[in-house]
Design a protein around this ligand. Structure first.
Ligand SMILES: Cc1cc2nc3c(=O)[nH]c(=O)nc-3n(C[C@H](O)[C@H](O)[C@H](O)COP(=O)(O)OP(=O)(O)OC[C@H]3O[C@@H](n4cnc5c(N)ncnc54)[C@H](O)[C@@H]3O)c2cc1C
Length: 341
């Protein structure tokens, strides 16, 4: 009988680690390369919306999420005014990436996975190579993501969304009494400060004055401050013959709270095809074709709606429309929620 093939994974974020765990659980050897080390803070709203128990169980990662906070209520604010209180049709989970990624890494190793930290690979279409290395760098992108964990920050609901000029900020409680504050901003050349001061400068620049005051009174975990730039939303520009999953395949705008779920779902979609490949039941070309077709079928509509709705969050005409719809109770919150998942 032919030997079981090894799968090589580039990128130890959510897609790469969860896929690695599930493959190891299926007795497939996995080698994973990650340029960073664990644990580490990541720019992320840390709000996981739309992940089903079934997907988490198939990936064998339910235990890593078992104590995640369960969040259902949300308030949306546009330019300092509350426009909406709503309840999510399905509760979301919140847990820091610091904790979640480290749990997944430990589980991957405990299952016998080979992890090479401080190891960066080049995009490759080699057989058996899965690319979960996150976004493709886009140096002309206008976006900047900033995040920090704060203590003593009272929050109105499980998730506060604050939309301002060229920006929006999500605020959600995570573990140990901390609240995660994560914003997406149009980059500014005149921004000043570092850590929380920089985030507050961006919040002020977006004319979210009340939020800026609120953040100023909180106590930061300075180590948790992180930022990223050089990314764009939608399909990422890889060669067609690369087996890309998660953000490496496509990035959904963060207001959906669905990027982490898509990373897990893409691992779940790829899993049976990679198991077949590793067990010599299919060739690599067919495996790649099956995975890419399934990703397209699952995510295309979701990405289209998300990209269409995204400007409503950060442009003035979009925000005016959003506020008017919310005021007249015409904002189809449940419908939008379903379209984005
Ligand atoms: C501002 C902002 C807020 C967000 N908020 C949320 C939210 O609230 N909820 C949500 O669900 N999603 C959110 N997201 C999206 C979410 O963070 C991503 O969708 C998710 O992290 C994707 O997981 P991934 O495993 O595909 O990629 P990542 O988690 O980015 O992992 C990729 C890994 O690949 C590694 N890597 C990079 N280059 C290489 C290389 N050359 N070789 C090997 N490894 C490499 C990286 O170090 C990293 O560890 C947000 C995104 C942004 C920008």
């Amino acid at each position: 009988m032919a030997r079981v093939k090894t799968i090589t994974i580039a990128g130890g974020g959510l897609a790469g680690l969860s896929l690695g765990i599930a493959l190891l659980q299926g007795d497939v050897p996995v080698v994973l390369h990650e340029p960073a080390t664990y644990p580490r803070h990541r720019v992320c709203g840390e709000f996981i919306s739309g992940l089903t128990d079934e997907v988490a169980e198939r990936l064998d990662i339910s235990d890593t999420l078992s104590d995640a906070l369960s969040h259902s209520t949300t308030s949306w604010f546009v330019r300092n005014h509350r426009i909406l209180n709503a309840t999510l049709p399905v509760a979301a989970r919140s847990i820091s990436r610091y904790r979640l990624d480290q749990r997944l890494q430990k589980k991957f190793i405990s299952y016998g996975g080979q992890l090479h930290e401080n190891s960066r690979l080049k995009p490759s279409s080699a057989e058996g190579m899965v690319w979960t290395a996150g976004r493709v760098a886009e140096k002309d992108s206008p976006w900047l993501g900033l995040k920090i964990h704060l203590r003593n920050l009272p929050v109105a609901q499980d998730l506060e969304m604050h939309a301002g000029g060229g920006a929006y900020v999500g605020i959600t409680p995570i573990e140990d009494g901390y609240v995660n504050v994560c914003g997406l901003f149009k980059r500014r050349s005149d921004a000043t400060g570092s850590g929380l001061a920089l985030l507050i400068d961006y919040v002020k620049g977006a004319r979210l004055t009340q939020l800026a005051d609120h953040l100023s009174s909180a106590e930061p975990n300075t180590d948790s401050f992180t930022g990223i730039s050089a990314f764009t939303f939608g399909r990422q520009s890889h060669a067609k013959d690369i087996c890309a999953l998660g953000d490496a395949a496509s990035m959904i705008p963060p207001f959906t709270g669905n990027g982490m779920t898509m990373a897990f779902e893409s691992a779940d979609i790829a899993l049976p095809h990679l198991l077949d490949y590793a067990q010599n039941a299919t060739g690599w070309a067919e495996t790649l074709h099956r995975i890419q077709s399934a990703l397209h079928a699952r995510f295309n509509g979701r990405l289209r709606y998300a990209n269409l709705l995204h400007p409503f969050l950060y442009t003035r005409p979009g925000q005016t429309t959003l506020s008017a719809l919310a005021k007249t109770h015409l904002l189809p919150f449940g419908l939008l929620y379903r379209a984005l998942r």
